[in-house]
Ligand binder design. Structure first.
Ligand code: SF4
Ligand code: SF4
Length: 241
């Protein structure tokens, strides 16, 4: 049976009309940024201050694409008589994203919360060597890591939050104490009227120098005579008998 002339055109138009009424699924990237799930695995950020160079992440990475170099430093004893300690200092931390398979094992095993997922994904390169991100670049990714989701209502407070809150409360209490204490630099009532030790007092300039007083080891009066107005002790060297 021969097809009806124009039936193909009618079918095609029907498909077009059906598609036109459907919701579009095409993402207009890069003109429109995609709405990614909050825990998307885009790139790994390094929070260097938390890294103790324990090497766990490098050992557990199935692709061996984490490169860490470090050296040991001796830290002097904190108290006299204490022991010196040694600590690892990070020299290099790099991840080769041309090898990484985004399994997330390094982030899971890090015991010190130094590695995080960032949803950033726009770091394609034309040279594969540029896909090895050194620690400065890994740190920059840290600032794109989203904040963790809020805790469930009634959830136990995380230990870190509790410790930070207690420290902040102690500091606030210490500051409050300090603000209620009289300031040593603030003149107290009556303090301004006290004579300054460095200010010459009336009559002070006319007092004889202590070094010339008899009995003070200074020059004795001529003839060894005791001055008539001398009421000081007469036991000093060179004083009258
Ligand atoms: S995500 Fe997996 S493959 Fe990538 S660096 Fe971490 S452990 Fe290695
Ligand atoms: S596991 Fe964490 S603390 Fe240990 S070396 Fe890796 S990033 Fe640093």
């Amino acid at each position: 049976m021969s097809p009806i002339p124009g039936s193909g055109l009618a079918k095609g138009l029907a498909v077009t009309l059906r598609t036109m009424t459907k919701k579009t699924v095409t993402a207009q990237y890069p003109d429109v940024q995609p709405e990614l799930p909050p825990r998307s695995r885009g790139v790994i950020g390094l929070f260097e201050e938390n890294c103790t160079v324990c090497m766990l992440c490098a050992r557990e990475c199935p692709d061996w694409c984490i490169y860490i170099d470090s050296h040991k430093e001796t830290v002097p004893a904190a108290v006299p008589g204490g022991r010196e300690r040694s600590r690892n200092v990070l020299d290099r931390f790099a991840i080769d994203f041309s090898l990484c398979m985004y399994c997330g094992i390094c982030i899971e095993v890090c015991p010190f919360d130094a590695l995080f997922w960032s949803p950033e994904f726009e770091y394609a390169e034309t040279d594969i060597r540029d896909l090895t991100h050194e620690r400065d670049k890994l740190r920059e990714w840290m600032w794109t890591v989203p904040a963790p989701p809020a805790l469930d209502p009634g959830a136990e407070e995380p230990k870190e939050m509790g410790a930070a809150r207690k420290t902040a409360e102690k500091l606030a209490a210490a500051e409050a104490d300090a603000s209620t204490q009289p300031d040593a630099a603030t003149p107290q009532p009556g303090a301004a009227t006290q004579p300054d030790a460095s200010t010459p007092q009336p009559g002070a300039a006319t007092q004889p120098d202590a070094s010339t007083q008899p009995g003070a080891g200074g020059v004795p009066p001529a003839g060894g005579e005791r001055p008539a107005d001398d009421s000081g002790p007469a036991t000093g060297q060179g004083g009258p008998a």
